[in-house]
Design a protein around this ligand. Structure first.
Ligand SMILES: [Zn+2]
Length: 140
């Protein structure tokens, strides 16, 4: 009985370094990474298909135009802005569900705006594998 207690305490003290057995094993490269701050859930490594850099925050990423692999939110926004001719007072805003809109603010406080046109970025209703996997990891 005393043995059991000691064992528990020892494992408790090491818990920040040891991986629980339930975590998926055999992911390449996870063990030689330096001791930087690890996110609570391990994310699959994803690269933005617009800028080619790694996407660290998949939960804010959007699906890219080609094939649906994820892109940075900012990269998608920049690409949309390139293709849009914005008048003075117009701005591109994310309106949810994979869609942006060109909006015109009615005053300087930027609280009231009109949606001038909607820009569908992600295919509506499309389920992306990389998003499914993070939703599962977060239990959504
Ligand atoms: Zn990017």
């Amino acid at each position: 009985m005393a043995d059991g207690n000691r064992d528990t305490r020892r494992r408790f003290g090491r818990r920040s370094r040891s991986r629980p057995a339930s975590v998926r094993q055999g992911e390449p490269g996870t063990d030689d990474s330096p001791d930087r701050q690890q996110p609570l859930v391990a994310m699959p490594e994803m690269t933005c298909s617009i800028c080619g850099k790694q996407i660290f925050d998949l939960s804010s990423a959007l699906a890219g135009k080609d094939g649906g692999s994820p892109v940075h939110f900012d990269c998608a926004l920049a690409q949309i802005a390139e293709g849009e001719h914005l008048e003075a007072g117009e701005k591109i805003a994310y309106i949810g569900r994979g869609a942006f809109a060109v909006v015109e603010y009615r005053d300087k406080s930027m609280t009231a705006f009109t949606v001038k046109r909607r820009i569908q970025w992600e295919k509506e209703g499309e389920k992306y594998d990389w998003r499914k996997s993070i939703q599962q990891r977060f239990g959504l």
